[in-house]
Design a protein around this ligand. Structure first.
Ligand SMILES: Nc1ncnc2c1ncn2[C@@H]1O[C@H](COP(=O)(O)OP(=O)(O)OP(=O)(O)O)[C@@H](O)[C@H]1O
Ligand SMILES: [Mg+2]
Length: 198
């Protein structure tokens, strides 16, 4: 497919799917968050894990809040992404706990206030749950279009990357680009798509 066609297709898909997930009611979102936690536990991705990074839901994304609370109750440390203070277009990961001081970043997304002691070097993360806009049955992922996750995890093959989504975000075949970071799995409230090699 021609380059411009892929870009146009991706832009149209982003718009369509963001509208779909944005139309979910608060009740549907709350149910999805609970089912997602069950699906994640059953998938086995948390087995033996002592720490992971997730995100706070924004723009209709499926919420990992039940997952984060589960981690806190089970002595698993949790981290959240923040816009990297020096490396433009990259993410840094900060410890997130009950008393984390939060602030809004330039996209109006809440993130822990930058504090050197709370930073986890990215290469030390075991498992990262990523938000996404669209996915397909091969666990291909398309995000919001900033390239933040792609840049941050390019060439970091030893970190498990697991995409989280609502079922309505699945498409038949996602047009992918060379820089899209490959995931190990995608988990929705009703299914787990595992990739065998990574
Ligand atoms: N490893 C990289 N190095 C430099 N630029 C990159 C890299 N990965 C992605 N980009 C750039 O980021 C832009 C957005 O990429 P893309 O459309 O795949 O974002 P996305 O996957 O939706 O976003 P995100 O990774 O934040 O979820 C592209 O223009 C791409 O060139
Ligand atoms: Mg991408």
């Amino acid at each position: 497919m021609e380059k411009t066609n892929i870009a146009t297709l991706r832009a149209e898909l982003r718009k369509k799917i963001r509208l779909k997930r944005g139309a979910l009611t608060n009740e549907q979102q709350a149910n999805a968050a609970q089912l997602l936690l069950k699906q994640i536990i059953n998938s086995g991705v948390l087995n033996g894990v002592k720490q992971f990074a997730a995100y706070l839901a924004n723009d209709g994304e499926v919420s990992p809040h039940a997952l984060i609370e589960y981690a806190w109750h089970n002595s698993i440390s949790t981290y959240l992404p923040v816009l990297h203070p020096f490396a433009k277009g990259h993410l840094a990961f900060l410890h997130y706990h009950n008393n984390s001081e939060m602030q809004l970043n330039k996209y109006k997304i809440a993130e822990p206030k930058l504090n050197c002691q709370s930073i986890c070097p990215t290469s030390e993360l075991e498992l990262v749950f990523l938000p996404l806009v669209a996915f397909d049955k091969f666990a291909n992922r398309m995000g919001m279009g900033g390239g933040f996750y792609d840049r941050t995890f390019a060439n970091k093959r030893n970190i498990k990357l697991v995409g989280l989504a609502h079922d309505c975000q699945q498409v038949d075949e996602l047009p992918i680009e060379s820089w899209d970071v490959p995931l190990q799995a995608i988990i929705t409230p009703s299914q787990t798509i595992m990739v065998s090699t990574r």
